[in-house]
Design a protein. Structure first.
Length: 505
């Protein structure tokens, strides 16, 4: 159901890429963990750290914070020198991670998309400063999902540069608004406001000008050239045998997301080894591509917001002035006495990631986790691995681990067996409010599945004859019947909130 706990948001249908990637994934040779010669890693402050000490720091921090699994990859001098996996792929099942275990990339998806857009700029298909509505065959409000913008002409000013630098004025997710409608929040280009919706819009433009779907274009322009055989914007069955299950704060495993539709803002599935190859490609770009990377990593907008997702507030802060915190095209940027760096976070309910690279030294780190607890110890691990003490973790909302705030685990829900005859009547479409988002329920093989788009499905498990829940997630669904025994609506319970959805089909 997406990277959020339960994402109730209208989506634009996307073509599913051909089976090209599946063949690559099945044929790919498993890579192995790497350890640098001499067992030492370079740091951005000019020293070294032993692999033994780094791994000890990782292990201790994972244990204290309850980080279930972590995959690490490190660059020195622009080359991949270290990869290693720590912990569990699925703690409930007792399975361990390996170097080809695929993780949910979450918002690291945006960095790959930004690179792809820069390639299309080189090819003359996209102009960063041309209003992107001009690439479309009809006015933007006439496209599915964009009717809300019909009365706001400011959408005509939005460019690809604004989208990639998060200055488009569009919100992060329309579903976060009270009524689920899409609105422009401020004058495009005027300030920073992190926006997944902007990336969704630019994806539509990219697919229009290339006459292809995002997954196919990304395979051609990024994944295949960089040898990223275990990376995709859409779910591949080849992932199923080696995917990291997301784990909540109590280290309970959930079913992994299986995105059927490519989303530039958050559907990437990848490995740390694949993603670090992508970073190495940015650092070692040659010719015209090198200039494109320079443009991508040049500041577009200075940032003075208190937090990354503080778009609604006009109040600024000088807390990050010393590092000149800014955003380029797809990447966060900062400056230190040890050189300039680019970074990005990736966050979903039970999977958290971080990457940062210091350009001058060619030193960087990729951290992919399948844990809701990773961010609380990310600063210690980043500092231990590459000597970085400047990443803006406070601005990102990475709150330090505090044992006093750890909650006791509630009783775990117990799955019961129900018959196919009990499940079958629940199948159908359910709508929230009048004209609101639609939730799809299907019964198949004696099991029940839920979806917010009718394409990507998550299994929900029976706790009673009428209540079902998603494993490892704060999500339950209760089906309601009338006096004649007909299913009339369902209640979605998440985060202490109950939302009613009436059955429409």
């Amino acid at each position: 159901m997406g990277n959020e706990t339960f994402r109730l948001q209208s989506m634009i249908p996307r073509a599913i890429a051909p089976a090209l990637t599946a063949a690559l994934l099945l044929a790919a040779v498993n890579s192995e963990d790497l350890t640098p010669p001499g067992g030492r890693l370079k740091t951005v402050i000019g020293g070294v750290i032993t692999v033994k000490d780094f791994e000890s720091t990782v292990t201790l921090n994972m244990q204290k914070a309850g980080v279930t699994g972590l995959s690490v990859a490190i660059l020195n001098d622009g080359k991949v020198v270290y990869t290693r996996q720590f912990g569990w792929k699925d703690k409930d099942a007792g399975t361990k991670l390996d170097d080809t275990t695929a993780f949910a990339g979450a918002s690291l998806s945006k960095t790959v998309f930004a690179y792809l857009v820069m390639v299309l700029v080189e090819e003359g298909l996209i102009n960063l400063d041309k209003p992107i509505h001009q690439y479309l065959a009809k006015p933007l409000p006439e496209y599915p999902g964009y009717a809300d913008l019909a009365g706001d002409s400011r959408y005509r000013a939005i460019t690809a540069r604004m989208v990639l630098s998060h200055t488009s004025g569009l919100p992060n997710l329309r579903s976060a608004s009270k009524d689920g409608r899409l609105r422009i929040q401020f004058e495009p280009g005027s300030r920073f406001g992190y926006s997944g919706e902007g990336f969704q819009l630019l994806q539509m433009v990219v697919e229009s000008v290339t006459h292809n779907d995002l997954e196919t274009i990304a395979q051609e322009k990024v994944f295949i050239p960089f040898g990223m055989a275990h990376t995709s914007y859409v779910w591949r069955e080849a992932f199923a045998t080696n995917v990291a299950a997301p784990h909540n704060e109590f280290e309970w495993a959930a079913d992994p997301d299986r995105p059927a539709i490519a989303h530039a803002g958050g559907s990437l599935t990848t490995t740390a080894h694949d993603y670090v190859r992508f970073l190495a490609g940015i650092l070692t770009a040659k010719g015209g591509r090198r200039q494109s990377m320079e443009n991508m990593l040049t500041p577009v907008i200075r940032i003075n917001s208190r937090r990354m997702f503080d778009a609604g507030s006009q109040a600024g802060t000088g807390a990050n002035d010393t590092i000149h915190l800014s955003w380029g095209l797809g990447w966060g940027l900062f400056e230190t006495p040890h050189g300039r760096a680019f970074f990005h976070t990736g966050h979903s309910s039970s999977a958290q990631n971080y990457t940062v690279v210091y350009r001058k030294h060619g030193i960087g780190i990729v951290l992919l986790s399948n844990s809701a607890n990773f961010e609380s110890v990310a600063p210690e691990i980043v500092a231990a691995g590459i000597g970085d003490h400047y990443s803006p973790f406070d601005w990102l909302g990475y709150f330090p681990f505090d044992p006093a705030k750890r909650k006791p685990a509630p009783p775990r829900r117990i799955v019961i067996q129900v018959t196919a005859e009990v499940i079958a009547p629940y199948a159908g479409k359910y709508q929230i409010g009048q004209g609101g988002p639609v939730v799809f329920i299907k019964a198949e093989g004696g099991r029940l599945y839920a979806s917010d788009d009718g394409k990507s499905w998550d299994e929900v498990y029976a706790e009673s004859q009428s209540m079902f829940f998603a494993k490892g997630r704060d999500l339950a669904i209760t089906f309601k019947k009338d006096s004649n025994g007909m299913v009339t609506h369902m209640e979605i319970i998440s985060g202490g909130t109950t939302i009613s959805a009436r059955r429409i089909e």
